[in-house]
Design a protein around this ligand. Structure first.
Ligand code: GDP
Length: 459
């Protein structure tokens, strides 16, 4: 059997999983540099870099596909955090990409670090004393996200190319109209409107496609806000523990012991779930419990996904029925938990009140786990995440794309209303400008002039 050793090369995500676009994967151990080198593509081999340097490059998968653009730091023993040879990979692609990079790191034989294992090694190697090690643990436990809030927004190469192409096509048409208005002898606008409408339709659908990807993109990047709710004792804490892979919430047989909402971010297949366990939604006279109830209702109204748990070994009560009847099947999955026990409630009973997805589940033996994964993918990604598709993840990009689309539609409207051509150009410039914000370029007079002068050469 594979035994964990204190000398294994280990890896973990060293920054909190936050919506910031950047995150660090730390790898420590004797073989860290040579193993990560297998995934690294840069100006030279990682093993040849000087210690304490930061190096630009790419992480590539087994087929040579680029997974992320990274900055990699190399440290050599004893001058590192742990006192061992270490590598830190600064990923730029958000949580989803970071998970992929981490999986690749594991694929080289590096094993996942235990919680606190880096600090333990630092302590054992004399790099920090016990009190320092403890305060690091506290910091980790407190989930200090503040320092990572300054996210570096990274432009995907795909988006850059696409936006540049759209802009150059738009400016070309705008310049043509201007040239034609200026020099009608050489440039003819006869039949131009029809041609422009076709062009506009194609731009609009390209922009629309990017806009449409935003909702899914933000779910991939920030995670799916998931509320686990249900009556006391149905298995909410047990589900949270199952999903997060370790005992966090306190599980008891006494109803109503999970008083607070616990937030946990877990990787669930290809997606991240931000989990909120609630005190159960029910009317209660117990004030402590009722604080939890209010929080639960608040959390639920903000959630993308509502996992409602029913204990299949006891009868549904009025509260279950009320909630089941109210839930939106587009954002709710009902788990019929404790399927390992004699069941009193079955899927048909639930379907009398709720016509969405019901999964027969057991947190005890794991039944339904894969089906739940499939159900989440179905609900949010039409059955599966399209890994080749590009998703917009920035709210700002989304806003700029919406503005660009609006301007393009105004051109359509001007054509429809039979307005004169000079109306087109200002809206085309607006679309050009909005798209420019995405790639950090506004209207450059130079470029406008250049294209304009291209057309006006014969003048
Ligand atoms: P909560 O109040 O909804 O958070 O429920 P808990 O997770 O604390 O679970 C309440 C009790 O039900 C505990 O004793 C769990 O061990 C038990 N339990 C949870 N899930 C299952 C299951 O799938 N099967 C069985 N047999 N017991 C379960």
């Amino acid at each position: 059997m594979f035994m964990k050793s204190e000398y294994d090369t280990i890896a973990a995500i060293a920054t909190p999983l936050s919506s910031a676009g950047i995150g660090i994967i730390r790898i420590s151990g004797e073989d860290s540099i040579s193993l990560v080198d297998k995934l690294y593509c840069g100006k030279a081999a990682l093993t040849s870099y000087e210690p304490n340097t930061i190096n630009y490059g790419h992480i590539v998968d087994a087929d040579g596909n680029i997974v992320d653009q990274v900055l990699i730091s190399v440290f050599r023993a004893p001058h590192s955090y742990t006192g061992e040879d270490s590598v830190e990979i600064n990923c730029h692609g958000g949580i989803y990409v970071m998970r992929k990079v981490l999986d690749l790191v594991y694929s080289t034989g590096i094993r996942p670090a235990e919680p606190g294992e880096f600090s333990k090694r630092a302590f054992l190697n004399g790099r920090m004393d016990l009190s320092e090690a403890e305060s690091v643990m506290d910091l980790i436990a407190s989930g200090n996200e503040a320092s990572y809030k300054n996210s570096i927004s990274q432009l995907s190469g795909f988006l850059l190319k696409k936006v540049k192409k759209l802009r150059s096509e738009i400016i070309h048409e705008a310049a043509f109209v201007e040239a034609a208005l200026d020099d009608p002898e050489h440039y003819d606008l006869d039949g131009y409107d029809e041609k422009l409408v076709i062009q506009l339709n194609s731009w609009e659908s390209e922009v629309q496609e990017l806009i449409d990807s935003y909702h899914q993109g933000s779910l991939i990047k920030d995670g799916i806000n998931t509320v686990i709710s249900g009556r006391p004792n149905v298995g909410k804490s047990s589900l949270l523990n199952l999903l997060s892979g370790h005992e966090k919430a306190i599980v008891t047989d006494i109803p109503g012991t999970t008083r607070d909402i616990i937030e946990e971010r877990v990787a669930f297949g290809d997606v991240i779930l931000n989990l909120y366990d609630t005190a159960g939604i029910r009317n209660t006279d117990d004030t402590v419990e009722s604080i939890g109830v209010q929080k639960a209702i608040d959390a639920q109204s903000k959630a993308d996904l509502n996992l409602y748990i029913v204990d299949s070994s006891v009868y549904l009560n009025d509260e279950d029925i009320r909630f089941l009847s109210e839930f939106d099947p587009l954002s709710t999955i009902v788990l019929l938990n404790k399927s390992d026990l004699y069941s009193i409630v079955d899927i048909d009973d639930i379907h009398q009140y709720f016509n969405g997805k019901v999964v027969i589940f057991s947190t005890k033996n794991g039944q339904g786990y894969d089906e739940l994964k499939a159900a989440v993918n179905q609900l949010f990604f039409d059955g599966g995440l399209d890994k080749d598709r590009f998703y917009i993840t920035s709210q700002q990009n989304y806003n700029d794309l919406c503005d660009a689309l609006k301007s393009l539609r105004l051109v359509d409207k001007s054509i429809e209303d039979g307005m004169s051509e000079d109306f087109f150009t200002s809206d085309l410039y607006d679309a050009y400008r909005s798209l420019g914000y995405i790639i950090g370029e506004e209207v450059e007079e130079d470029l406008v002039n250049k294209v304009f002068s291209d057309f006006c050469m014969g003048k």
